[in-house]
Design a protein around this ligand. Structure first.
Ligand code: SF4
Length: 384
């Protein structure tokens, strides 16, 4: 699944979405918490960075996720993006979305779209602001990546559900080193089926993708080609179809122009300043920005402590300082012209020095000193 979905968050986000005035972070969105409540999936795609599949059972209980969202909202996160695994297989999904809405968060979901039955959709739609459907190219490409003949055709048929409820939806297209020529077809499908946007997200070489698609990560030239192609498609199609095309990449000009937004100060006033994207994996581990960062820079596990306590410890630890140092090194390298365009988070992860993988993280305060809400206590009980 893609990191997060944001084609509508910034009007005018066509082809240069990664840095928009008034947005909270380098991905062009307000602070967002990305939850992977389960790794269970009806598919086992070749490009899956969470190695999800039909036999994966790992998942997080709803009471624990409610407590995480309570803390996230208090820390300034304004959007919930649920991914997976296939989130439609997470039984408690309606309750999770409902809780985020009560906290004033925008809710979005990334799905392969194959399980959008009328019953499931009826339970989810009232609590959902945006739906993202993965569409990874022409029919043969999409179905081959998914390992299922007919997958794209079925997904497109089931888009009748969000169309019927008027829920805004868009496509996420995984960009590899070899498929920018398929973007036009995907944008054409988006226009034909009522999607409002297409988000072009570079392949992340993590999880299963690392084994199956090694060498397919798009380089700087390919990212620039995607940006140029998105601009061309926007000019050709936008006024006619209203479909926005967003590429999760920065040109070198953008990198030069927006240093202050890419490299935050340390110490930071709050977690959202250093981690405008906060990821919660299905194993309970919390990490800033992207799955690609080494474990030593993660915040820790929500099975061990509440998000608020993990954030307080991390913000004043050497881990957050070293993350900022890696952001600074990345900006320097890209500003000096190493490549014409870049997917910022992957570049940052690549520049975390090997020594930083072994940064010691200070211990948390004893449990008696930690703030523990009743919902979290319920979550732990449910796991016991
Ligand atoms: S549908 Fe998404 S979560 Fe499921 S295997 Fe494919 S990429 Fe992974």
């Amino acid at each position: 699944m893609a990191e997060n979905f944001a084609p509508w968050t910034a009007p005018g986000a066509i082809a240069r979405p990664a840095l928009q005035a008034g947005c909270g972070g380098p991905t062009g969105v307000a602070p967002i918490i990305q939850l992977h409540p389960t790794r269970l999936c009806n598919l086992a795609c070749a490009h899956c960075y969470t190695s999800s599949g039909p036999r994966e059972t790992q998942q997080l209980p709803l009471p624990l996720l409610r407590a995480v969202l309570d803390d996230a909202a208090a820390l300034g996160y304004r959007q919930l993006a649920v991914s997976g695994g296939e989130p439609l297989l997470y039984e408690a999904l309606p309750g999770l979305l409902q809780h985020a809405r009560r906290l004033g968060m925008l809710t979005s979901l990334t799905s392969n779209g194959l399980l959008l039955s009328p019953q499931r959709w009826a339970a989810i739609a009232p609590h959902l602001d945006r739906l993202a459907i993965s569409v990874d190219g022409r029919e043969t490409t999409h179905d081959a990546l998914r390992g299922q003949a007919g997958a794209l055709a079925r997904t497109l048929r089931l888009l009748a559900q969000p169309r019927a409820t008027g829920t805004p939806f868009g496509f996420i297209f995984t960009l590899t080193q070899h498929n920018v020529d398929e973007l036009e077809d995907v944008v054409g499908l988006a226009a034909a089926h009522g999607a409002q946007g297409v988000q072009v997200h570079p392949l992340t070489l993590h999880g299963r993708a690392r084994e199956t698609l090694a060498g397919a990560r798009p380089d700087g030239q390919e990212l620039l080609a995607a940006i140029v192609e998105a601009q061309r498609l926007a000019q050709a199609l936008q006024t006619r179809s209203g479909v926005r095309v967003q590429v999760d990449a920065l040109s070198q000009d953008q990198i030069l122009a927006h240093r202050e937004r890419l490299v935050p100060a340390w110490p930071a006033p709050g977690l959202t300043a250093l981690a405008p994207v906060l990821v919660l994996q299905s194993d309970g581990q919390l990490l800033p920005l992207t799955h690609e960062l080494p474990r030593a820079l993660w915040l820790g596990s929500v099975h061990e402590a509440p998000l608020k306590a993990l954030a307080a410890r991390w913000l004043h630890s050497s881990a957050s300082r070293r993350l900022v140092q890696a952001l600074e090194r990345t900006w320097q390298a890209l500003a000096e012209g190493a490549q014409p365009a870049a997917y910022w988070y992957d570049e940052v992860a690549a520049r975390v020095r090997p020594a930083e993988v072994h940064v010691p993280v200070p211990p948390l305060p004893s449990r008696g000193l930690m703030p523990r809400g009743p919902a979290l206590a319920q979550g732990r009980a449910a796991q016991a």
